[in-house]
Ligand binder design. Structure first.
Ligand SMILES: Nc1ncnc2c1ncn2[C@@H]1O[C@H](COP(=O)(O)OP(=O)(O)OP(=O)(O)O)[C@@H](O)[C@H]1O
Ligand SMILES: [Mg+2]
Length: 258
């Protein structure tokens, strides 16, 4: 499985956008990512599920190098992850990330939140950045909130701003780590709908979520993790109707009959 397939085109412009090969990561004695091999195609939507502590967040965080790995390689669009400096800042822009806690800049307006990275990292002119920010805010349904501060918005609105902020960098791939887990129930759908639309528009996405409805309707592939390993992966219809491993069966019975 970890043998390099020489017939595959992994050059920029190829179909493999995110490639992890034999990735291992420890936190002290804890082996949190174990021999992870994962190839995500351009335009693919991968939903990651699994028990608490199985390594889902760590997997996301290694893909945009918020965490280093101990061994193995990660490539985005054919390029290995840079270690530091300007290259790393650019990579972070290429890999958009949306967290459970919205992580907006509290002392900047919504509009400023969405223009800042464009101006600092992408070197966009202010007027251009604002034009793009307003388009994106409209797209996620919060155009009228542009001049407010994050604390003046609902959780669902803040999370949609966070998505707009990531999209403003023209990312190649978007990572979502439990983006709706901190939201009140009535706000979950407005965020999931934005994500559904992104998926339909062809964005490459890695989504850690407990929203199985989203997984069923938006994912091309469900990846089930346990104890730092990818235990099982399949198309959602296959995975949800006929999980193969006992770990996955057990997990599904707990979350689906909750
Ligand atoms: N910075 C850290 N230092 C030490 N241990 C960590 C650190 N971050 C995560 N861990 C441990 O690594 C393991 C995997 O954590 P991770 O956050 O990736 O799991 P998860 O699948 O996202 O869980 P959850 O569903 O609860 O979010 C856990 O045992 C966690 O306690
Ligand atoms: Mg997590």
């Amino acid at each position: 499985m970890s043998e390099v397939d020489v017939t595959k085109d992994s050059a920029p412009g190829g179909d493999d956008l995110v490639v992890l090969e034999n990735v291992n990561k420890h936190f002290g004695a804890l082996h949190v990512l174990q021999d992870i091999d994962l190839t995500i195609a351009r335009g693919e939507v991968v939903v990651v599920i699994g028990p608490s502590g199985s390594g889902k967040s760590t997997l996301c965080r290694t893909i945009n190098r918020l965490e280093t790995v101990d061994s193995g390689t990660i490539r985005i669009d054919g390029e290995p992850l840079p270690a530091e400096g300007r290259e790393l800042a650019r990579l972070r822009a290429d890999v958009g990330m949306v967290f459970q806690s919205f992580n907006l800049f509290a002392h900047k307006t919504v509009l400023e939140n969405v223009t800042l990275g464009q101006i600092k990292v992408r070197k966009a002119a202010k007027a251009k950045a604002e034009e793009k920010a307003r388009q994106l805010l409209d797209r996620v349904g919060v155009g009228s909130q542009a001049d407010k501060y994050p604390a003046q918005l609902s959780g669902g609105q803040q999370q949609r701003v966070a998505i707009a902020r990531a999209l403003a960098m023209d990312p190649k791939v978007m990572l979502f780590d439990e983006p709706t887990s901190a939201l009140d129930p009535e706000m979950i759908n407005e965020v999931l709908e934005v994500m559904q639309q992104l998926a339909r528009d062809g964005m490459t996405m890695v989504v850690v979520t407990h929203e199985m409805g989203f997984a069923r309707s938006a994912a091309n592939r469900v990846l089930f993790m346990a104890d730092g390993r990818i235990v099982e992966q399949a198309r959602p219809d296959q995975f949800f109707t006929a999980p193969k491993s006992d770990r996955a069966k057990d997990f599904l019975s707990k979350i689906l009959h909750h």
